[in-house]
Structure formats: structure tokens, C-alpha cells
Write a protein that binds this ligand. Sequence first.
Ligand SMILES: Nc1ncnc2c1ncn2[C@@H]1O[C@H](COP(=O)(O)OP(=O)(O)O)[C@@H](O)[C@H]1O
Ligand SMILES: [Mg+2]
Length: 327
Amino acid sequence: MALLSVQNLVTEFHGPGGTARAVDGVSFDVNAGEIFGIVGESGCGKSATCRSIVRLFGGADARIAGGSVRLDGSGDLATLPERELARIRGRDVAFIFQDPLTALNPTMRIGRQIAEVVERHRRVSRREARAIALQLLRDVHVTSPERRLDAWPHELSGGLRQRVVIAMALALRPRLIIADEPTTALDVTVQDQILRLLLERCAATGTAIILVTHDLGVVAEICDRVAVMYGGRFVETGSTATVLASPRHPYTRALLSALPSRAMRGKPLAPIEGTPPSLTAPPPGCRFAPRCPQAAEVCRAGPPPPLMLHDRAAPLHADACLLEGVR
Ligand SMILES: Nc1ncnc2c1ncn2[C@@H]1O[C@H](COP(=O)(O)OP(=O)(O)O)[C@@H](O)[C@H]1O
Ligand SMILES: [Mg+2]
């Protein structure tokens, strides 16, 4: 049975410009210990999908308008009372955001912050919590961990801060870590180290990861399965190897051709023409149709096509394109 099962999720953001359906009927499963990637251009609903899982909308006027989010052993997180959901956040599901500074309290020393997370969920003394915090800093390979316990967040580099955030996420041995572009805000030189660290620690504890990225190269290297998101919907999903070797949806193909390959190094990327659709007033039919080089009349008529299985040899590979004959 899946660790996490998301069915027909619909999430809406309310703003002065109207209601944006940032997630519009998304379904997926994540198995224990699995690394599940979500990839797509900026603004397509990746963060909204992640935030919906534990209803962490950061003050935005957002709500889950439909669907269910089942975590093995818990009720439907989409409708669970806030008090019970608060217990699940951190204990079963931890979140790592793009910017480590937003996750840290600037007025509290590093050691105390990690210890507080531990104390909140486990019956330990302050001393024990501090010892656990020290061990966690060691686990994430922070050098001079004893000294760092007493450091303030602003005294650390971005990479070190994200290590601390990972230590806090791991503190309670969650079953799932949702990492939303965890390295985007960091120097290129440390991005790889941080990703590797996250993988190493999750492999050691059997923790599953939902990894959001706009980088298909990262997906290729790290993820077991991947979902390609466009305009609030998943347009293709399957094992990473299958999706990258035999992409079906024209949007996945466009993303892949924008990817720098060895042969292309130094040459400009092929950008995808046009802009992503508005989620307040999305186009009818396939949301990629206005930018799709192969779009036909049927693609522009509503409703948007559902994810469909095509290939019996790769039964978990599905895509949402109507133009079977074209491909
Ligand atoms: N705080 C917010 N207030 C209003 N609308 C939002 C907010 N955050 C996201 N949205 C809407 O949700 C859409 C998807 O955003 P997001 O999930 O952050 O995209 P991604 O993570 O893929 O870049 C946005 O295009 C916007 O329409
Ligand atoms: Mg995002």
C-alpha cells in the first residue's frame, strides 16, 4: 500500500484577481522510501500541490476545494481538524522550503531551535534534546557541531542553514519529506552537496521524498518516479527512466529539449515559446494547446484530457495528450 495517496486534489487561491485553481484534479501515490519528483515551469502549481498535502499555505487565502490526501494510518489530511494535522506535520511529514531563512527563527540559536522541535514531539529533558540536536548536526555533516549549536541563523552560510533545516526535518524521523526546490536559493557549488546529503539521510532512515524541482537533470539523477506538471495538472507521470527515455506529452518533450545535454553544452537552450496559462482563467481543452506545436482543433475544445495509460510494457506511464496518432 502507498505511504501517501493523493486523489483528485483541487486547491484554490483567492486573490483580488479572482480565484486561481493552482491544483486542478491531481492524483498520485508515493511509496515508502521512494523519491517522487514533480517538475514543471514556474507557476504551474508544484508548490501548491506540496503545500496542500499538509495544508501549509503560509498565510495565503487558499483552500482545498476537492479530493483527498491519505497518509498511511491517518485519516484524510484534506479534512483532518487543524489540531490533528499539526501533530502530523513534523512528526510524519516534514517540509523543506526553498529559502532556509524562512524556516529558521532569527531570534533563536541553532541548537535551541533543533532541540525545541525534538522536545515538542518527544518526552525528553532539555539536556537530552540538546544532545540529540548535536548528533543531528553531526548527521548532516556540519563541521564543529558543538560550536554551531550556539550560533545564530544569520551567522551561517546559506548551505549551512539548509543543512540545519534538513537536520530539523529529520529530527523526528518523518516518513515523508516534502522538499520544495530545496537548493534553488543556494550557490550552485553547494546545491549538489545539499541534495546528496538529503538523499543520504533519507536513504539511511527509509524516508520517502517528494522533490520539487524545475531541473530535469536533477530528476534524472535522483528520482524513482516523476510527474510533469503544467497549468495546475499532471500531464505525464511514470518511472523516471521511462518518462525521460520515451516522453509522450509534447510539453515533456519541450522541457527535455530545453535541457542542456553534453552535446549542447555552451549552446543556448531551446526555450519553450509563449507563456504558461493563467490559472484564474485557463484555456479550455489541453492547457498546453496554445503553445503546442502539434495542437489540433480537438486539443482546444474542452474539457482537458485526463492522464491515460498507453503502453502495456510500462503500465505506470501515463500522459494527458489526445494526439495519439501524431506521436
Ligand atoms: N500566495 C498566493 N496567492 C495567490 N495565488 C497564489 C499564491 N501562491 C500561488 N498562487 C497561484 O497558484 C499558482 C501556482 O503557484 P505555485 O504552486 O507557487 O507554482 P510553482 O511552485 O509551480 O512555481 C500561481 O500561478 C498562482 O496563480
Ligand atoms: Mg514553487
